[in-house]
Write a protein that binds this ligand. Structure first.
Ligand SMILES: [Zn+2]
Length: 97
């Protein structure tokens, strides 16, 4: 298992000459804020891959960080929780009617 910090180019295997370009989704589409709640979209933003460029072969590639994977898992948990809450509310409404 490689250390979290090292980024390797998927095409030539270069490790030293990698430039970080930042988040792939630099400008977050404003419509997502209406669909998703603000904390949820923030978690989603954190889980988006970071883009890197290899200066050796000029290839641009995205890579998820350890925290990004954690964010993605968190996002799934929040969505699952929201789904369970929704189903529970629906169930209570049916029982109450
Ligand atoms: Zn390369």
């Amino acid at each position: 298992m490689k250390s979290k910090r090292s980024v390797r180019c998927p095409s030539c295997g270069e490790e030293a000459d990698i430039t970080c370009l930042g988040k792939r989704y630099g400008v977050y589409p404003s419509g997502c804020f209406l669909i998703l709640s603000l904390p949820l979209s923030m978690v989603h933003r954190l889980s988006s891959p970071i883009e890197f460029r290899c200066r050796n072969c000029d290839r641009v590639f995205g890579k998820r960080t350890g925290f990004g994977i954690f964010g993605l898992v968190l996002l799934c948990l929040i969505l699952a929780f929201a789904l369970v809450q929704g189903l529970l509310l629906l169930f209570l409404l049916i029982l109450g009617a």
